[in-house]
Ligand binder design. Structure first.
Ligand code: XMP
Length: 512
């Protein structure tokens, strides 16, 4: 078992960030619901507890309150923002509702010697986001630093190892925030900071072998980062008892199938079955133009195809999936806000129950960037690990209107040219996504003295952190010019190239 820090989630938008920052200090962290009993944390032998921030006020009727016995476990506790307030409130200090909110930057002035603030400069810029504040400390606590608005910006009960920060050390706007977290993890909790991806890899291999025993595993390989890393990991653990399945739905990009086959069958020598079902998908999509219907048909057909493969593969017990940590964390519902209740497990959603397979999800403790590090340890190339996201319905949502073999061919060729130029200019790895969209619109042009009447290709390039919001990328005109000229000259059926300059919201990244 790794040394583990528990992060109790009170519904903060930064909970996952706290967990990641802790892992960046080479200490393993796990997010727990704020109602988790002290006995569970004791059973899990956590070395320290971090109470996250949250949108609530301790005065709210439905304020989330943790099990107060966590303060008696003898395990160090660090309350951040709401975490500090709820700790103060539960331990009989006084929190006050104020009308002077403190948002954004302020300067922290360190006044007392403190293990938590060891090595921190006397004045640092810290980032706040709170309305309430502590005005009287619980018994045994002392204040160690203040900001102009908070007399008790950092507090501690040295003997009981209880600490609190009114500001957010996890956000990059707080200077030396990582140093504060490191002090908590290494100096106060006594963690060794030796959690590394190669340890994790060894442990995962052992745990996969133990779970699977002598049974077989099937995995739907899309060629994306998550399924590729899951495949490489499980293959390393159980070799040929892993059966990978790649479904060619006819909506793939140029040479995509060959790339997957080359890498996984030739390089990794995996058991890879390629199912060629392009005509099945295209037949079902014939005449369909409505985006939602397209998506439903593609999703349903995929499940049917996969189901058939499972049936014809012989006995398998496990279905492997590249589910990541953010997909499995239950978000905390605060003040009855159902929107944040439970994130749907989007990778699990469409699985028919009758498959009766056990799930094997070896990446479910990892964040995306950690999956990339693990993939590197497993020898996967940069082209796979740093690949841009690609939607499940593939080019099906990028051919606007009816999906025909001809329209797909035009899009595939245009998209490949755009991609080539993005890679060679170095922009491919700098943006979130870059792709071409086919419009079922024709416009008049002139080529070699002849009138043309052909389709339009749109270029979509966005930057984003999480796909929730996005902005269009200001690509240099020279690149746009090269791409436009090449597409119009090289792709038969296109005589006009446009650039999408919409942000999300109100647009979405994909067109359908
Ligand atoms: P939108 O178009 O909603 O896309 O702004 C947000 C992100 O999600 C990707 N996307 C999908 N990914 N299955 C997926 O796995 C899908 O059906 C799907 N639809 C959109 C999109 O490429 C973008 O990164």
């Amino acid at each position: 078992m790794h040394e583990t820090i528990a992060v109790l989630d009170f519904g903060s938008q930064y909970t996952q960030l706290i967990a990641r920052r802790i892992r960046e200090c080479n200490v393993y962290s796990r997010i727990y619901h704020y109602t988790t009993k002290a006995s569970v944390l004791k059973r899990d032998k956590v070395c320290g507890i971090v109470l996250s921030g949250g949108p609530s006020s301790v005065f709210s009727r439905r304020a989330p309150v943790p099990d107060r016995r966590i303060f008696e476990l003898g395990v160090p506790v660090l309350g951040i923002c709401y975490g500090l307030q709820v700790m103060t409130h539960l331990l009989d200090g006084t929190v006050e509702e104020t009308d002077r909110r403190e948002y954004g930057h302020s300067t922290l002035e360190v006044s007392e010697k403190s293990l938590l603030l060891a090595g921190i400069s006397r004045n640092i810029r810290v980032w706040n986001s709170h309305g309430d504040k502590v005005i009287k400390l619980p018994k045994g606590f002392g204040g160690t630093a203040k900001t102009p608005n908070s007399r008790y910006a950092t507090i501690e009960h040295r003997k009981k190892k209880l600490f609190g920060l009114q500001f957010h050390p996890e956000v990059s706007h707080t200077e030396q925030g990582i140093l504060i977290l490191q002090n908590f993890l290494l100096k106060i909790c006594g963690c060794h900071g030796d959690w590394s991806m190669s340890d994790y890899l060894e442990q995962s291999l052992e745990s996969i072998r133990e779970t699977v025993g002598d049974k077989r595993v099937i995995l739907g390989l899309s060629g994306g980062v998550d399924s590729s890393v899951a495949a490489a990991l499980i293959h390393r653990a159980i070799g040929n008892r892993l059966q990978c399945v790649f479904v060619d739905n006819g909506l793939l990009r140029l040479h995509e199938r060959d790339a997957v086959v080359n890498l996984f069958r030739r390089n990794f020598q995996m058991n890879l079955r390629v199912v060629r079902s392009a005509s099945l998908f295209l037949n079902k999509l014939r005449g369909v133009t409505d985006p939602e219907r397209k998506r439903k048909i593609i999703g349903k057909t995929f499940i049917e195809v996969f189901d058939d493969v499972v049936k014809s593969t012989g006995p398998v017990d496990f279905l492997a999936q590249g589910t990541l940590y953010p997909d499995v964390i239950e978000s905390v519902a605060i003040d009855g806000n159902p929107a944040s209740l439970i994130k749907s497990h989007h990778n699990v959603g469409g699985l028919p129950k009758r498959m009766k397979l056990k799930l094997l999800e070896p990446l479910r403790a990892l964040f995306k960037d950690e999956v990339r590090v693990l993939g590197r340890e497993l020898g996967l190339p940069k082209e796979v690990l740093l690949r841009q996201p690609f939607p499940g319905p593939g080019l099906g949502v990028r051919v606007i209107g009816e999906i025909t073999a001809r329209n797909l061919k035009v899009l595939r060729e245009a998209d490949a040219i755009f991609n080539e130029e993005m890679v060679s200019s170095g922009y491919y790895y700098k943006v979130w996504q870059s792709f071409a969209v086919f419009l079922p619109v024709r416009s008049v042009g002139v080529m070699g003295d002849k009138r043309t009447y052909e389709n339009v290709i749109v270029l979509r390039v966005v930057e984003s952190l999480d796909a929730m919001t996005a902005d269009w990328v200001r690509l240099p005109y020279e690149i746009l010019q090269t791409v436009s000229t090449r597409i119009i000259n090289e792709v038969k059926g296109v005589n006009r190239v446009c650039l999408d300059i919409s942000s999300k919201p109100p647009g979405t990244i994909e067109w359908e």
